[in-house]
Design a protein around this ligand. Structure first.
Ligand code: MG
Length: 307
């Protein structure tokens, strides 16, 4: 008989095929303030993640452990990569989305919409056609903890799409606070987290599901509700399951929205990503730490699947 370890909570038999019962939850980096933005660089064998309040992007590798990747990161939050492998990040402090070129120089992709400053871009994904999709809640301007306190210039907290040609458009404008986002493996759907319950408990902690129709989105309906805390960062695996952050850990949902199980984490989770040497590892940013465990499924993002 296999004993289920205390950090796994199985709600559906399908979950057992995704996380091996012998996998352990390991803290691989500790001593930060508010970790976020994990992104795997398989070609460099390393994980990058943000520590937002200390304005650092950190690097972790199996061989070398934790080191500083970039200081003075302007409260960089969410990270992803484009199909050329370049790092794309969201900076609260400069209220922009920025790309790190292969030579290390920085290119600002978006910082204004219709002439007014963005709120504080939070999280970002890039579709196969090179379009950059990002959320723009106000968390980075509400206080000086993870940005600079300021009044919003935008009338709403929108989700934006930056076309490959550089045109910025609003794709959703009715979120209280849009936060993490991720595509289904075939990019037919985009999931977006509603985290507005952080400041208004009447806002439901839901993940909304949208059909991608070219450069626009059509809402399909609510995908799932987070029963503990709120959803922040999310990733899909290659089989189409969606893994979301929550206050008590990482919640795994089948593509029909069924809760399959949870990875219970001792700190509030902000985000996660897949990666590791063979693509079978999950990295979880959670408050002051980064945790890791081995999983039996790979991530949907092509650069996370190992060499
Ligand atoms: Mg976020």
């Amino acid at each position: 008989m296999i004993t289920v370890p205390p950090h796994l909570e199985i709600h559906d038999d399908r979950f057992a095929a995704l996380v091996h019962p012998m996998s352990t939850l390991d803290a691989i980096a500790e001593g930060f303030t508010w970790t976020e933005g994990p992104v795997w660089f398989g070609d460099h064998g390393c994980l990058l993640f943000s520590d937002i309040p200390s304005q650092r992007i950190m690097r972790w590798s199996e061989r070398e452990g934790v080191s500083l990747y970039r200081g003075g990161s302007a409260f960089n939050n969410g990270n992803t990569r484009d199909r050329q492998g370049r790092l794309i990040g969201c900076r609260h402090g400069l209220r922009d989305v920025v790309r790190t070129e292969h030579d290390g120089s920085l290119t600002v992709l978006a910082d204004r919409f219709e002439g007014k400053r963005l709120n504080s871009p939070n999280d970002v994904v890039v579709s196969a056609d090179g379009a950059v999709w990002f959320t723009d809640p106000t968390y980075g301007i509400i206080s000086n903890f993870e940005g600079y306190r300021s009044d919003p210039e935008q009338p709403a907290r929108c989700v934006y799409r930056l076309s490959p040609q550089g045109a910025l458009s609003v794709v959703v404008s009715d979120f209280a606070q849009p936060n993490g986002l991720c595509f289904s493996p075939d990019e037919q759907f985009l999931y977006i987290a509603e985290s507005g319950s952080s400041h208004d408990e009447t806002v439901p902690s839901v993940i909304r599901k949208f059909a991608v129709e070219g450069a626009t989105l059509r809402e399909v309906g609510p995908f799932a509700t987070i029963d503990t805390g709120l959803p922040d960062g999310m990733r899909c695996d290659i089989e189409g399951n969606l893994w979301s952050s929550a206050a008590d850990g990482v919640h795994c949902f089948a593509s029909d929205g069924t809760l399959l199980g949870k990875i219970r984490v001792p700190q509030v989770v902000s985000n996660l990503c897949f990666g590791g040497q063979d693509g079978h590892r999950m990295f979880i940013t959670a408050t002051t730490s980064v945790y890791s465990l081995f999983v039996d499924v790979k991530g949907a993002e092509p650069w996370t699947r190992g060499q």
